[in-house]
Each structure stands twice: as C-alpha cells, then as structure tokens.
Design a protein around this ligand. Structure first.
Ligand code: ATP
Length: 299
C-alpha cells in the first residue's frame, strides 16, 4: 500500500507539487494522469525515494520514505521513464551490480537475474550491451531490476511510451498480474485508453495539485453518455425543434447530436422519418473527454 500524505515540492522558487495526497491500496491499479509538466514524474521520484519532498511524507507499507528511506524503498519497484544506467554495460552484469546494492551476493544475483530476465522476456539477451537494447527491452530490463527486492508496490512511469503493441500488452498484463497478486500499482500514462482498460481508479493531477480522484465505476458512468448521434438524409430548420423535446440538440450538416437524450427512440425515429434516418448510434465519451472536462472545471 502506498499512502501519499500532503507532499509539496519546490525546485528553487518554483512550486511543482502542492499538498499532494492519494493512496494506492493493495491489489489496486491507480492510473496517474495529467498534462506534460503536471508533476507526475516528480511525485513518482519522491515515492521511489530518489527525491525528498519539502513537506509531507509517503508511507510504503507503513514505512516512511522520509524517515526510513532505505527500508521503505525496498518495498517499492520503480520502472522510470528515462533509464538511468550505463549504456556500455552488459545487461546481466549491470543487473548483478545493482543487486549488490540490495546486499545480494554475485552468485545469487546471477541466478536471480537469469530467472527475472526470463520472466520479463529477455532470456537469451543477458550478454547484450544495454545500448543495443531496443526501447521496449530497456523497459523490460528496468522491470527486472524493479523486481530484485520482490516488492509489493510498483511505480510505472510512462512505461508504455514508444512501445510497440506487443510491449504495451506485456506491461498491461504485468500490471494486471501484480494486481492479482495483491500488489499496488501506480501507473502514469498519456495513453488514456490503456489507463481506462486496466485502472481501478484514476488520480488526476494538474499544475502540481490533485484535481480529482475517481473510481473507474464512476468514470464508466460518465463515459457511458446518453448522447445520440443521428445521420439524416436531409435536414431543414424543423429538425432542431423536433429534437428539442428529446434532449439538447446540435446540428452539424446532416449529423444531429442529441445530448442527454431523454425519450423513446421509436418516437424520435418516427418524428424524424421525413428526414430519412440513415444511422442512429450512441456516443461514447472517453477517459480523455472526462480528463478535459475535469481540467476545464466542467465536471
Ligand atoms: N530537477 C528539476 N529542476 C527544476 N524543475 C524541474 C525539475 N524536475 C522537474 N521540474 C519541473 O517540474 C514540473 C513538473 O515536472 P514533472 O516531470 O514532474 O511533470 P510530468 O507530469 O511528469 O510531465 P511529463 O508528462 O512531461 O513527463 C515541470 O514544470 C518541470 O519543468
């Protein structure tokens, strides 16, 4: 469990995080969503223990990342957006080197490395230099490193960036596997459709502040909008006045959108029959629509 308690962070005179609080429970995937520069990476780096907040604290499985940094950081696996490793090192050698920081002997680290490289799909590539790894392989390597201490909590910072569909599916499945194992996963991503497909809740951050935390069920209710899209063969001024008694209409060319549709579809179809109803469909919002509505204060 990750509990973020009122953290603030400044870089010089610039306040980058302002009183940020949220939690990620065991067995929960929390999407972490915000525009560029919103403060996601800074938050994640504080949670990983590589940056110190100016105020506030983070508890990882009840251990304070401020007061018991070493212990607490053993409980969290971090897959950073930007790799921080020596590109000339061979992958398994570098893994063994990092495992040394965790107090793992060379021979244990070698066998752990073999097992974890296999688990993340890098079997056979242990001797390659990291600079020869593709973007997706680098992320898989970072995931293997994050698994060294067998943590119960994970921080995925834009792990899907630049990955091919197979890589995206791999990380999506990993997050779901961790959830099944009762682990907590904080998952920041700009690919909102991916967040929508795996998250239990979404934490929206904007200009260093938490704007909203919404359960996925709540988001799904908004996503399942009651807006209708009707394509007509012909239109005239009367279309809008007919549609007005069924919701809030909007006419663009031959496409009629009725927001907040409230009525019988059969009645609407019969009233619009002189205009040749070619197609009727329900419009679906996306997490992206919800995100922009929140940012614009419409939700
Ligand atoms: N070391 C630093 N020194 C000064 N400013 C920084 C530093 N690191 C981050 N910032 C600033 O803090 C703000 C938040 O950055 P952060 O990287 O946390 O945002 P983000 O939400 O992860 O953005 P992105 O989606 O672009 O990765 C930005 O304005 C950034 O320029």
């Amino acid at each position: 469990m990750i509990a973020v308690e009122r953290i603030s962070k400044r870089f010089g005179s610039k306040k980058v995080l302002d009183n940020v609080s949220f939690d990620v429970k065991d067995g929960e995937i929390a999407g972490f969503v915000g525009l560029n520069g919103a403060g996601k990476t800074t938050t994640i780096r504080i949670l990983a223990g590589v940056l110190t907040p100016n105020s506030g604290d983070v508890l990882i499985d009840d251990l304070s990342i401020v007061k018991e940094k070493e212990k607490a950081s053993m409980h969290v696996g971090w897959v950073p957006e930007l790799p921080l490793f020596d590109p000339n090192a061979k992958a398994l050698d570098y893994f063994v080197f990092i495992a040394g920081y965790y107090g793992i002997s060379k021979s244990d680290a070698l066998s752990l490395g073999k097992r974890l490289f296999e688990e993340v799909g890098l079997a056979g590539r242990e001797k390659d230099k990291l600079r020869n790894y593709s973007q997706g392989m680098k992320r898989r390597f970072l995931l293997a490193v994050s698994l060294i201490s067998d943590p119960k909590n994970f921080l995925f910072d834009e792990v899907l960036n630049g990955l091919d569909p197979e890589g995206i599916q791999f990380f999506r499945d990993m997050a779901l596997k961790f959830k099944k194992e009762g682990k907590s996963v904080l998952f920041s991503s700009h690919i909102l459709s991916e967040v929508e497909s795996i998250a239990d809740k979404v934490i929206f951050i904007h200009q260093g502040k938490i704007l909203r935390i919404m359960e996925m069920n709540e988001i799904r209710k908004i996503v399942k909008s009651n807006d209708l899209k009707i394509i007509l063969g012909k239109v005239d001024d009367n279309v809008l006045s007919i549609a007005k008694s069924f919701g809030k209409p909007e006419l663009n060319g031959n496409t009629l959108i009725i927001h907040d549709f409230n009525g019988e579809l059969s009645e609407l179809s019969s009233k619009l029959s002189p205009y040749e109803v070619l197609e009727v469909s329900r419009l679906k919002n996306s997490l992206e629509d919800v995100f922009f509505k929140i940012i614009n204060g419409e939700l």
